[in-house]
Design a protein around this ligand. Sequence first.
Ligand code: SF4
Ligand SMILES: [Zn+2]
Length: 320
Amino acid sequence: MNKNYEAIITNKWIVSNRGKKNVVDPHLPYTWLVEKEHTISGEIEDTAIIFLTNSECPFHCLMCDLWKNTTDKPVPVGAIPDQIELALAKIPKVKHVKLYNSGSFFDEKAIPEADYKRIASLLKDFETVIVESHPKLINEKCIRFKDMLKPELQVAIGLEIVQPEILKLLNKKMTLEDFSNAVNFLTKNEIQSRAFILLRPPFLSESEGIYWAKKSIDFAFDAGVECCTVIPVRAGNGAMELLMKSGNFSLPSIYSLETVLEYGISLHTGRVFADVWDLELFSRCNKCIDQRINRITNMNLNQRIEKGITCTCHSSTYLF
Ligand code: SF4
Ligand SMILES: [Zn+2]
């Protein structure tokens, strides 16, 4: 790794390489969907995801492209509950819901506490509510929200990667201790947590990417999370394209994602998922891509290691 990158990767550099934001309406969620998930009780059940239109996250992580669907200014009090109400009116009745706000649910400038009561009331018929947050924004507000909420609350936190130098370069402004403290705080207050883990962030080779993703799963479970989601790193925000051009970032392969998912599931410590969005990006083989996507989807849903796929491009075998 080129040491100069520590000086180069700043908020200013990341923001200056971005493209334009999409036009969004603070009174409308920018999308919603329903997907199946292996739930904590072991069932495969529908889970709604509402992608809320919210103000831009104050952090500027190197790999993040969530700013694309955000506003420059905080949304008014009432806008987030309005968006939830609108989405729920269109979504079929399901037991679980994820509220993703392109930042941290517990960021006062994103979702004001004045909105919690109405949000909790709108969510009263769900069994589980999952929100996301930066670890430094986990505090007493989480407890106040949990106390208003009838469903179980789970907070998803980006651990990203436990390689300390790379974590620093991701510009997330967090340490491993921040992550552990946040998970500890939530656990003590009977709030579950899940970790987002990156597969092959910049400055790592393919094998290092696999190694550190596995280590990150170990760390997250040791810290006390109930569930891990492994996300293969993509480009798409300007900075990542530049790192790709300079040879400091390459997309991970779908085989590596299979390997890390196999590893996580084999631990039998908690649920482990692979992010399946746009998986075609991570394969150059048209012959086996559909089979591999199916394999990963089935492993996600069943939390069992599926038979490996043999193809001229690669054989999925247990590499751990
Ligand atoms: S904390 Fe999350 S939403 Fe904010 S910039 Fe980082 S990855 Fe993106
Ligand atoms: Zn193939």
